[in-house]
Design a protein around this ligand. Structure first.
Ligand code: FEO
Length: 171
């Protein structure tokens, strides 16, 4: 059995990961409306990865003999003013998720819950990659600007992303 506070934070993280999927699906919708199918595809895949993250947290809670508590998922309501804004928000959101995972890590460390710390190690590394991807996307759009041929080419390149299942597996 795990510490009560750690279980609560793990359950909260399930919700945050599903919200991340929602948020990125909403961003995919923004780019679909804008006719930027490559960016749309990138965010659709990002949403699938976030769903995978939520499912990993869910499985870990279950595997440790605790009940999974699924809270309401907030709806993303932001209206984006230009093609750069979702990328800025995505970076901010990943920084928020990193802080959230670090807070679970802190709580696990405080009660010497080495098992949960080891589980979270994968997410600590993953967050490094997620923040880097978000920074790279932002840098690229800043390089090409918001209109024209360069944006069209960037959209094509970004759209080449394909989905792959997470390297962490829990039975
Ligand atoms: Fe599940 Fe983008 O962090």
């Amino acid at each position: 059995m795990l510490d009560k506070n750690v279980v609560k934070l793990l359950n909260d993280q399930i919700n945050k990961e599903f919200y991340s999927a929602y948020l990125y699906l909403d961003m995919a919708g923004y780019y679909a409306d804008a006719g930027l199918e490559g960016f749309e595809n990138w965010f659709k895949i990002q949403a699938m990865e976030e769903r995978d993250h939520a499912m990993l947290f869910r499985q870990y809670v279950l595997n440790n003999g605790h009940a999974v508590v699924l809270g309401a998922i907030e709806n993303p309501t932001k209206k984006y003013a230009n093609h750069k804004e979702p990328l800025q928000d995505a970076l901010k959101h990943e920084q928020y998720v990193t802080a959230s995972i670090n807070a679970i890590y802190d709580a696990a460390f405080a009660v010497k819950d080495y098992r949960t710390m080891q589980f979270l190690d994968w997410f600590v590394k993953e967050q490094g990659e997620e923040e880097k991807n978000a920074e790279d996307n932002l840098r690229k759009i800043e390089m090409v600007g918001l209109d024209g041929k360069a944006l069209f080419m960037l959209d094509k390149a970004i759209g080449a992303r394909s989905y792959s299942a997470p390297s962490l597996e829990l039975d």
